[in-house]
Ligand binder design. Sequence first.
Ligand SMILES: *Cc1c(COP(=O)(O)O)cnc(C)c1O
Length: 380
Amino acid sequence: MTDRIHEFLRDRRARGLDDGPCLVVDLDVVRDNYSAFASALPDTRVFYAVKANPAAEVLELLAKLGSCFDAASVVEIQQALDAGATPDRISYGNTIKKERDIARAFALGIRLFAVDCEAEVEKIARVAPGSRVFCRILCDGEGAEWPLSRKFGCAPDMAPRVLETAHRLGLTAYGISFHVGSQQRNPRMWDGALKSASSIFRELAERGIFLSMVNLGGGFPTKYLKNVPAVKAYGQAIFRSLRKHFGNRIPETIIEPGRGMVGNAGVIEAEVVLVSKKADTDAMRWVFLDIGKFNGLAETMDEMIRYPIRTEFDGDETAPCIIAGPTCDSVDVLYEKEPYALPISLEIGSKVLIEGTGAYTTTYSAVGFNGFPPLKSFVI
Ligand SMILES: *Cc1c(COP(=O)(O)O)cnc(C)c1O
């Protein structure tokens, strides 16, 4: 919570505009995060993962600071272009693309694409000739609070064949990418993937194909309730692993931070709609907010991300409660398996501040489930 956000919310309340939840993002924090990445990984180019928060002001600031962009769709590519990025600073990093979207991206000037199988390489060779491709390899996501499963990437031993196909079809076999899982709290988790990447580099070099780049992905955490290591610790651990596995031939590297770039820059103000109990003998309160899984807090799925929640009664005695959203869907419960301690004095109509919500909130908000509007967002 920054002073600027505090003042913005106070002013909004004073003017009676505080009807419905809203996210407020402080660009000063985004600027600080960008500098922290740039200094912790000085030889690495930053490709901001647009999906984390595609607000025009955020993209414009990052474009001005020199950031590149990782886009997952033609719309995200267009958003990055509109923000002032040139096409050579944008990658189409989704491994699952329609051929006609690849063609559209190519027409917009994009020449860097992610793949994880030969069929995707063939699409790119057909409609984006001569482009650079990098192959994403699987990572187990251990240590991550929001692991990314097996949806993206291929087994490391399949990657040489995928990249060899790219080379044969006239594309530039450019490098390897991976993602160690989002909100990765262990800086040493890049080591295993870098080891795999270095063997792929060697195997392809033996076949006369020389890769240039390792895309280290995202995964850099933001602080929720628990402390997380500083970006510097990630930079050091990654550099040690690069030295260990690549020796004197450290390749070009890029990172794709999303959460770590914008998570702590945003705060959501929400309102308590109801505090109730399910039985007279029930000790547990239910606290219903005007925001839930469908209008911004989807990452509470399986209670994976646990946001810090501040109230105007902080300091008063607390008791555990179940926190739920406002929609008529029974999965719209935020914290129940592990109840959340909130002040007993919390009342209907109280405002609460949900911190660390700059990433993956507006983009996860439904258009109007049950008539609740999408999460409002202000960038200051
Ligand atoms: C979502 C995504 C990211 C960002 O991940 P964070 O954990 O938010 O940093 C980076 N790269 C790719 C390919 C992604 O899909």
